[in-house]
Design a protein around this ligand. Structure first.
Ligand SMILES: Nc1ncnc2c1ncn2[C@@H]1O[C@H](COP(=O)(O)OP(=O)(O)OP(=O)(O)O)[C@@H](O)[C@H]1O
Ligand SMILES: [Mg+2]
Length: 321
């Protein structure tokens, strides 16, 4: 029987909901691996990489299912796990360390996208370049799962407003992106032997939002069950049937992202469509959340795949160059 290690980031003593989610993913992946005939064990990785290396060497897995996200509430550490696995020469699921590094740094990703001529919202990491009349969204350079994204992040480029924001949120680096007040699509792409398959696009719907309220999938909408945002945002499918032209554009963008970034396994691309109908890439999530209620699995299901089949496809890319 093949042995698999599920690699998980060590959680903080009092984990936040976005952190705890990795355990939900681990449990589901474990179940699927078991059904597929693999024996699995969990290894938690903290900043003590020597300990992790020792445990991985002792476990001698045939491959690792990599669910490592962040440690000590710092998303920037995400590429540490794949670097360690490459060093130990253990094959693993998902994209490689270099690609994880690039895609988890939103500014770096945008530089790659722009250079390749792929559409992404205007941005700057220099507050002095902001224009008073333009509305921006301040986004953490390194975080995922909408950590650090709240309504307070939407602002005009007025120096006083921007300065006050940066003073208040000085715990992590932010950059500024043009706020696109338009439709949002989260599109999952599943790898495997036949190459990347773009799954049905999920449109994020903002129901009952008063006109002045920013329509964003911020931290509340994703994780805080006690908020208006959590209860009034939902996914909707159907763009392929209803608007085939737009769907084809979105599809092509996802394939271009996959090829440009040399991605593997599973990826989710977040896109907004501006007032002129042009899609703009917000970010590329290599190793997106695959808990059973997350967008990636919901889109896989919509395409007719069971959880087990989705995992099987992710495994087809393990060890591929
Ligand atoms: N330029 C933008 N214009 C309008 N809304 C935006 C923009 N960028 C981000 N948002 C909103 O903020 C949300 C989170 O942004 P983004 O997807 O870039 O960050 P994230 O924290 O990595 O999210 P994820 O949970 O998908 O990992 C988006 O889903 C979208 O609703
Ligand atoms: Mg996102």
């Amino acid at each position: 029987m093949k042995r698999v290690v599920i690699l998980i980031n060590a959680l903080s003593p009092v984990p936040t909901p976005d952190e705890e989610d990795v355990l939900v993913q681990a449990e589901s992946v474990e179940g699927a691996l078991y059904e597929l005939g693999y024996e699995s064990q969990r290894i938690f990785v903290s900043l003590n990489l020597e300990k992790a290396a020792k445990e991985l060497r002792a476990a001698q897995p045939d491959f690792v299912f990599n669910l490592f996200e962040s440690v000590e509430n710092t998303g920037k550490f995400i590429y540490f796990a794949p670097v360690l696995l490459e060093h130990l020469k253990i094959p693993y699921s998902g994209s490689d360390s270099e690609r994880i590094y690039i895609t988890s740094n939103k500014v770096l990703t945008k530089k790659f996208l722009s250079e390749a001529g792929l559409p992404t919202a205007q941005w700057t990491d220099n507050p002095k370049e902001l224009k008073k009349e333009i509305t921006y969204i301040a986004k953490p350079v390194w975080e995922d799962a909408s950590v650090g994204i709240t309504n307070e992040c939407i602002m005009k480029g007025e120096p006083e407003i921007v300065e006050a924001f940066l003073k208040k949120f000085n715990n992590r680096p932010y950059f500024f992106e043009e706020y696109i007040d338009g439709r949002e699509f989260n599109i999952s792409v599943l790898g495997g032997n036949k190459g990347p398959e773009v799954l049905p696009a999920a449109e994020m719907m903002f129901n009952n939002y008063p006109p002045e309220k920013p329509k964003i999938m911020g931290y509340e909408a994703k994780w805080d069950e006690d908020t208006f945002e959590y209860h009034n945002t939902m996914r909707r499918f159907g763009v392929e049937e209803e608007e085939p032209e737009l769907a084809a554009k979105l599809r092509q963008i996802c394939i271009d992202c996959w090829n440009l970034m040399k991605l593997k396994g599973y990826v989710r691309v977040d896109i907004r469509v501006d007032a002129a109908g042009n899609p703009k890439i917000l970010e590329i999530n290599a190793n997106p959340c695959i808990s059973p209620d997350a967008g990636f699995f919901v889109a896989s299901e919509r395409a007719g795949y069971s959880y087990k089949q989705m995992i099987e496809r992710i495994l087809e890319d393990v060890g591929k160059m």
